[in-house]
Design a protein around this ligand. Structure first.
Ligand code: ATP
Ligand code: MG
Length: 236
């Protein structure tokens, strides 16, 4: 379980995140949904330890991690640009985090191969990542992040570089992977269709605040305020 308590982030005069509190449940897929600039990435980066909160507290499984560095926390992040190592094979990419954690070579290989199977990329281990399609790269990035068995997988618009059709396929696949691995996922998107396809619960952000958290049907049927009503009604 991850708890965010009154999290706040200021950049000079800009309040990027303001008073965000939420309990993220074990094994759930929580989507943070909101317009550009609403503080989604900043919130995610604070959970990852890539950004230090101005105030507030983060706990992971009961431990206060607010002052821990990104390296000390057992979180993994998938970003929108795939950032695979181009000079390493697909298998080496997936095994990379395990090497950093001193897992013996034989186990690294086994674990990396198992993760590649899970994302439908079994048999691609020896490939050069530069030869893969966008969707395949993102699957490998997902396998790499999951291989280290993180307490939470953080995804920041992981599908937004893909074309519409592939993005929709990957949404369904991501949902299946989430059900399969039974890990906690926090997934940031500005795309409401994506959030409604993927999420166990949706947290809606606007101007740095987390306005409503609830199951998709709850949020859709009972929007907490006019902003959410308008945002969900706007089908662009
Ligand atoms: P998008 O959908 O465009 O990715 P977002 O919801 O992820 O938006 P954030 O990136 O969290 O939004 O940004 C929230 C606010 O904080 C914005 O006003 C942004 O300009 C500001 N901000 C974010 N990072 C920084 C930074 N490093 N320095 C200064 N301001 C920042
Ligand atoms: Mg963002």
């Amino acid at each position: 379980e991850i708890t965010l308590s009154e999290l706040e982030k200021q950049y000079g005069d800009t309040t990027a995140v303001e008073d965000v509190s939420v309990d993220i449940r074990d094994g759930e897929l929580l989507c943070l949904l909101g317009p550009s600039g609403s503080g989604k990435s900043t919130t995610l980066r604070m959970i990852a330890g890539l950004e230090e909160p101005t105030s507030g507290e983060i706990t992971i499984n009961g431990e206060d991690v607010t002052d821990q560095s990104a390296y000390e926390r057992n979180t993994s992040t998938v970003f929108q640009d795939w950032a695979l190592f181009p000079h390493k094979s697909v298998l080496e990419n997936v095994a990379f985090g395990l090497k950093m954690r001193d897992v013996p070579k034989e186990q690294r290989r086994e674990r990396a191969e198992a993760m590649l199977e899970r994302v439908q990329m079994g048999g691609y281990g020896d490939e050069d990542p530069t030869n893969l399609s966008g969707g395949q790269k993102q699957r490998v990035a997902l396998a790499r992040s999951l291989a280290v068995n993180p307490d939470v997988l953080l995804l920041d618009e992981p599908l937004s570089n893909l074309d519409k059709r592939l993005r929709e396929d990957m949404q369904i696949e991501l949902r299946e992977i989430h059900e399969d691995v039974e890990e906690t996922f926090v997934h940031v998107t500005h795309d409401q269709d994506e959030a409604f396809t993927l999420a166990d619960r949706i947290g809606i952000m606007n101007e740095g605040e987390l306005i409503q958290v609830g199951e998709p049907t709850e949020v859709y049927e009972n929007p907490a305020n006019r902003f959410i009503e308008g945002f969900l009604g706007d089908t662009n």
